[in-house]
Design a protein around this ligand. Structure first.
Ligand code: GLN
Length: 494
C-alpha cells in the first residue's frame, strides 16, 4: 500500500489480489501511527472506513467494476460525510455532525473509495497555511517545522505522508494548488461548476470548487472522473458532460503552445526558486512545446479583487451560523445577545476579519465603490485569459512565490493574502488549473517541493491533465518521497 498509486491499489483490489479491508486496515494503522506527527486528520473514521471497505469487497465479489476500488481517501473537513463531524476547522462547528453526504464525497465512495477521515483546514477554508484552523496544527511532511499550506493543508499532508492515497480539497482562490505545491503532490481545481458543491460548506459561492489531490496526475484524473458532472442538487454545476479522459495519454508536448505570462517574471523570486522554474520551462520546451509570450495585464489586480468578492460572499454565507441552526450556542437572556456571544466565541480572528470586510464592502454607499468595481475587475481578468488563450493552449507559471514557510512566519494578514498571487486570477476566471511538482529547493537542510501551475481554457480539463501528465512522466519529480516522513516513520518504529 505504501507509496502506491490509486490506480495500482484499485487494480489490486479489483482483481482480488488484495481486499479493500486489508488496504483500509493498513492505512488506518499507519494513520494512527504517523498522524500524531503530521496532524492531517481532525477525525479518523475507523469504523466507517472498515464498513465501507467491506462493502467494496462485496461489490467486487458481485462483479461490479469500481474505478477507485478500496482507495483510501482523505476528505477536507468542510465537506459533509453523514454521521461524522464536519467542523470546517472552526469552534462554531466543532461538535456538528453532518446529517448527509456531499455529492463529491458520495460519488467517490460510489466509485469504491474508502474515507479514512476528515482533514484539517484553515477555518472555513480562509487561509493559506492551515494556521487558521481552530482545532489543530498540521505539519508539512517534508519538514515538520513548516506549514503544509492551506487551506486544504490536511488533505494534502495526508496524501504526501501516505496516510491517504487520494484527497478531496476545496479551492476558492488557491486552496488546493498552493498546499499541493508546498507538499509535493498534484492538486487540481477543475473548471468552476464541474464538480457539485452540494454538501461543501460555502465560503465564497461564486468561486468555491472541489477538486482532487493525488500523488500523480493519472490518480487525480481518476478521482476527477468519479466526482465530476452535473448534480441536480447544485444549480451551478454545469450540464456539459465531462470529456472522456484520453485513452492514450500524450507522450510529449509537440504541437502544444505553452503561454509564459509576461507579468509573472521569474526574477522577482528567490534565485533558487527561479532556477527551478527556468528548468521547468526548459523541460516543457524539451518535450516539444513551443513557449509563447502571453500577457495578463490585469492579473495583478487579482488579489485586491478577490479580497473584496470572497469576503463579501462569505459575510453572507456565514450569516447562517447564528447559534440557532448549527453547532455552537452560547446561551444569553435574549436572542440578539445570544447571536453576538455565539459568533464572538465561535469564529476565529481571520473569519471575523473577512465578515467585517465583506459586510463593509456590501453596505449601502460602499457597494458600488467596492463590490461592483471588484466584479468589473473580475470580468477584465477573465477577458485577459480569454485573449491569452487565443495564442496558447496552456499557461504555465509558478504555483506559489515561495516554498513552504515556518510556522508563524507570516504575521500580517496581507503577506498571507499574497500567498495566492498566482492562483487567484485563475479562480476569478473560473478556469481549470493544476499544480504539480516541478523540483525541489534546499532550505536549512530540508528539500522542499516546488509546484508548477498549469491552466487551460474553461472546460478543457482533459487537455490540462494530458499536458500535465506528459510533463510528469518526463521529469520524475513526483516520485521523490519526503525525508521528514521517512525520519518520522523511523521514529515511530523505533
Ligand atoms: N488563501 C485564500 C483565502 O484565504 C484562498 C482560500 C481558498 O482557496 N479556500 O481566501
Amino acid at each position: 500500500m505504501l507509496g502506491q498509486t490509486a490506480a495500482s491499489i484499485a487494480a489490486a483490489v479489483r482483481s482480488r489480489k488484495r481486499s479493500a479491508v486489508e488496504v483500509a486496515s493498513e492505512t488506518l494503522t499507519r494513520a494512527h501511527q504517523l498522524d500524531g506527527k503530521v496532524g492531517a486528520y481532525l477525525t479518523i473514521t475507523d469504523e466507517l472506513a472498515l464498513a465501507q471497505a467491506r462493502h467494496v469487497d462485496e461489490r467486487i465479489a458481485s462483479g461490479e467494476i469500481l474505478p477507485l476500488a478500496g482507495v483510501p481517501l482523505a476528505v477536507k473537513d468542510n465537506m459533509c460525510l453523514a454521521g461524522t463531524r464536519t467542523t470546517c476547522g472552526s469552534r462554531i462547528l466543532e461538535q456538528w455532525t453532518a446529517p448527509y453526504t456531499a455529492t463529491a464525497v458520495q460519488r467517490a465512495l460510489d466509485a469504491g473509495a474508502v474515507a479514512v477521515g476528515k482533514t484539517n483546514c484553515d477555518e472555513f477554508a480562509m487561509g493559506s497555511s492551515c494556521e487558521n484552523s481552530a482545532l489543530g496544527v498540521t505539519r508539512n511532511p517534508w519538514d515538520l517545522a513548516r506549514v503544509p499550506g492551506g487551506s486544504s493543508g490536511g488533505s494534502v499532508a495526508a496524501v504526501a505522508a501516505d496516510i491517504a492515497t487520494l484527497g478531496l480539497g476545496s479551492d476558492t482562490g488557491g486552496s488546493i494548488r498552493e498546499p499541493a505545491a508546498f507538499c509535493g503532490v498534484v492538486g487540481f481545481k477543475p473548471t468552476y461548476g464541474r464538480v457539485s458543491r452540494y454538501g461543501l460548506v460555502a465560503f465564497a459561492s461564486s468561486l468555491d470548487q472541489i477538486g482532487p489531490i493525488a500523488k500523480t496526475v493519472n490518480d487525480a484524473s481518476l478521482l476527477y472522473a468519479a466526482i465530476g458532472g452535473k448534480d441536480p442538487l447544485d444549480a451551478t454545476s454545469v450540464e456539459r458532460p465531462l470529456e472522456a479522459l484520453p485513452s492514450r495519454w500524450r507522450e510529449d508536448l509537440h504541437g502544444i503552445r505553452v503561454g509564459i505570462v509576461r507579468e509573472f517574471p521569474l526574477d522577482v523570486l528567490e534565485p533558487e526558486l527561479r532556477t527551478v522554474y527556468e528548468a521547468a520551462y526548459a523541460d516543457l520546451e524539451r518535450l516539444g512545446a513551443e513557449l509563447v509570450d502571453v500577457s495578463l495585464p490585469t492579473a495583478d489586480y487579482g488579489v485586491a479583487t478577490y479580497y473584496l468578492i470572497a469576503p463579501a460572499e462569505c459575510s453572507s454565507n456565514l450569516a447562517r451560523f447564528d447559534g440557532v441552526r448549527y453547532g455552537l450556542r452560547v446561551d444569553e437572556p435574549n436572542v440578539g445577545s445570544m447571536y453576538e456571544a455565539t459568533r464572538a466565541a465561535g469564529f476565529g480572528p481571520e473569519v471575523k476579519r473577512r465578515i467585517l470586510i465583506g459586510t463593509h464592502a456590501l453596505s449601502s454607499g460602499y457597494y458600488d465603490a467596492y463590490y461592483v468595481r471588484a466584479q468589473k475587475a473580475r470580468t477584465l481578468i477573465a477577458r485577459d485569459f480569454a485573449r491569452a488563450f487565443e495564442s496558447c493552449d496552456v499557461i504555465a507559471c509558478p504555483a506559489a512565490s515561495c516554498v513552504a514557510f515556518r510556522f508563524n512566519a507570516k504575521s500580517d494578514p496581507y503577506s498571507m493574502y499574497l500567498m495566492d498571487y498566482y492562483t487567484i486570477p485563475m479562480s476569478l476566471a473560473g478556469l481549470p488549473s493544476l499544480s504539480l511538482p516541478c523540483g525541489y529547493v534546499a532550505s536549512d537542510g530540508a528539500a522542499l517541493p516546488v509546484g508548477l501551475e498549469l491552466t487551460t481554457p474553461l472546460f478543457t480539463e482533459t487537455r490540462l491533465l494530458d499536458v500535465a501528465r506528459a510533463y510528469e512522466r518526463a521529469t520524475f519529480h513526483a516520485e521523490r518521497r519526503s525525508p521528514a516522513l521517512t525520519a518520522s516513520e523511523a521514529a515511530v518504529s523505533a
